[in-house]
Design a protein around this ligand. Structure first.
Ligand code: 2AM
Length: 554
């Protein structure tokens, strides 16, 4: 079938056409929304190529979709250390299992997204591409593996690949109608894509910059307020804001010295603003080996040598350990563009029109005799002043949203900067007059120094806009107390809130906090259902499917 455009004028009149529209299944696996957006764009492009495209999220799709499809294009992200996006795990595991169905003759193409800062670059896209062929699929376009600066290449690949699926080769179909959609909106496409993106960010003013931690803290967490005049810069609680940082000029200078270049002002500025000068990716090592012809650098690519060397090292260490003189062009040729950093927005636009607030933890550490700095977090904390400009953009996250019904209770679990979206949630609920109950679980190191937004939470408790708060300060006593310990203590009430339809939110560190919280929630649900862990796991999955268990983890 075809989708009729709404409100069609003469331009949308149906024109009978001879060509059948080949069906196309667009399948994506997304963590932060990049492949989801690409899938939406592909759907739009597919219309132009006369394809009848449907978009599926691996999170909701069943494996039986694959043998039912004639043509499949997959947009697959790789998350963290080579994992599938968390919502796509079930589909992915089923695909890799012996139970996966044959897909003989099904035509497919795979685009893989990843981050060369991680060793298992694009591992999931690679595995899916190989698996679809193994199951009998016919690859019609070669896979591409793209880094964070994927936008242009992804658009080119999509265009080229869709041509391969185009109707000339389509199975014979019935009478099909070609519709000119003009500029009418199609459901599920990128029409609501924000105007300001990583490629074209907004210049906002830094209006406030406060370190929220006490002077004796081991932490440095910046509350940053960005101000702007453009009302089209719109975000919702749950969204992330991208910040386009600049490198530390001291580090850029070190890098130039390491490759024997003079610190020419123009070159320094270019590297400071536009290139990733820290990430020691495998591809950077490969390119450096090729460029210099050094056997010892080439040896780094064998076995475990790269992972061993790259652990806690940066690009400058490569140049200092294996020194060679480079020209400016050779150096920039080795570098990828400087990626933006994403932070969960800490404000509601309704409470703060023309502003976006972020909570940014400064990252600093020492390794191999050098002091290292997180690019973006120290950019704000050390190299920007109130009143100066910074570049920001919106990264929508439709998988992390307040319940549509303001009466629905919410349970918010966060550690460290993971508390940020909850400030946005509560502000939004106050601004919209939503009366649902709310419960915050917050964890940090020390009560005295690290209770982020303490006064605001206390005011909300006093006004009733926050119903309950439980805190876990991990380092105020000899034994660690974490948010999941508080959850367990309160398990009876949590089960009660869930019976009342509460939505659960988790934000913060994935490997530690979010994983342990997940496990604790399984136990709580198991106990409440008087079942075993498997029953608890099934219940938590059910909540996730219903959008009542949402995670924003990093
Ligand atoms: P710690 O650093 O004392 O171990 C924010 O970082 C808070 O999360 C800190 O109090 C930190 O405690 C805590 N944290 C660390 N690992 C955690 C885990 N696995 N689960 C929950 N909280 C954790």
């Amino acid at each position: 079938g075809f989708e009729a455009a709404q409100g069609g004028g003469p331009a949308q009149a149906a024109i009978p056409a001879a060509k059948p529209r080949a069906p196309l299944t667009i399948l994506y696996a997304s963590e932060s929304g990049n492949t989801e957006a690409l899938a939406g764009k592909a759907k739009k492009a597919a219309q132009k190529h006369g394809l009848d495209a449907k978009v599926f999220d691996m999170a909701d799709a069943d494996l039986s979709l694959l043998p039912k499809s004639k043509n499949i294009v997959v947009y697959a992200a790789t998350w963290g250390e080579g994992d599938p996006p968390s919502r796509a795990v079930d589909f992915y595991q089923a695909l890799m299992s012996d139970a996966a169905p044959r897909i003989d003759g099904v035509r497919f193409a795979v685009l893989a997204l990843g981050d060369t800062a991680y060793a298992q670059f694009c591992a999931i896209g690679k595995a899916i591409d190989a698996r679809l062929e193994e199951l009998g699929g016919v690859r019609v376009a070669d896979r591409v593996d793209l880094d964070l600066d994927y936008a242009k290449q992804a658009a080119d690949w999509t265009e080229k690949s869709l041509v391969k699926f185009a109707p000339a080769d389509a199975p014979a179909g019935g009478t099909v109608v070609h519709v000119d959609f003009g500029s009418a909106a199609l459901p599920g496409t990128d029409d609501d894509e924000p105007r300001y993106t990583a490629e074209s960010p907004l210049e906002a003013e830094i209006a406030t910059l406060i370190n929220l931690n006490g002077t004796g803290s081991t932490r440095e967490t910046w509350h940053a307020e960005f101000a702007f005049d453009d009302p089209t810069f719109a975000y919702q609680p749950g969204d992330a804001i991208g910040l386009v940082p600049e490198n530390d000029p001291v580090l850029v200078d070190e890098l130039l010295k390491a490759v024997g270049l003079a610190s020419d002002a123009a070159l320094l500025l270019k590297l400071q603003k536009s290139y990733d000068v820290t990430t020691l990716s495998r591809s950077a090592v490969e390119n450096y080996a090729k460029l210099t012809g050094r056997g010892d650098v080439k040896a780094l690519l064998e076995g475990e040598a790269y992972s061993k060397f790259a652990a806690d090292r940066q690009l400058v260490d490569l140049f200092e350990t294996y020194p060679e003189k480079l020209t400016a062009e050779q150096l920039t040729g080795l570098l990828r563009p400087l990626p933006g950093r994403l932070y969960s927005v800490a404000s509601s636009l309704k409470a703060h029109p023309g502003e976006a607030h972020l909570l940014v933890g400064a990252v600093r550490w020492e390794s191999h005799g050098k002091v290292r700095k997180g690019v973006s977090s120290t950019y704000l904390g050390e190299r920007r002043k109130v009143g100066s400009k910074a570049k920001i953009y919106v990264k929508p996250n439709r998988h992390y949203r307040l319940p549509a019904d303001g009466h629905t209770p919410i349970i918010m679990i966060g550690a460290g900067t993971g508390v940020a979206p909850y400030r946005a949630f509560v502000e939004e609920r106050v601004a919209t007059g939503a009366k649902g109950k709310s419960w915050l679980f917050f964890g940090e190191r020390n009560f005295t120094n690290d209770f982020l937004y303490q006064l605001e939470w206390q005011d909300y408790l006093a006004s009733g806009d926050l119903s309950r708060i439980d805190v876990a300060f991990s380092r105020d006593q000899p034994e660690k107390i974490y948010v999941q310990h508080r959850l367990w203590e309160r398990r009876v009430d949590i089960a009660g809130w869930l019976d009342d339809g509460a939505h659960l939110y988790v934000c913060g560190d994935e490997k530690g906090m979010a994983k342990d919280v997940d496990q604790t929630l399984v136990k709580i649900l198991a106990e409440a259902a008087k079942g075993d862990e498997e029953a608890g796991r099934a219940k938590l999955k059910e909540l996730a499917k219903a959008g009542r268990y949402q995670r924003d983890v990093y």
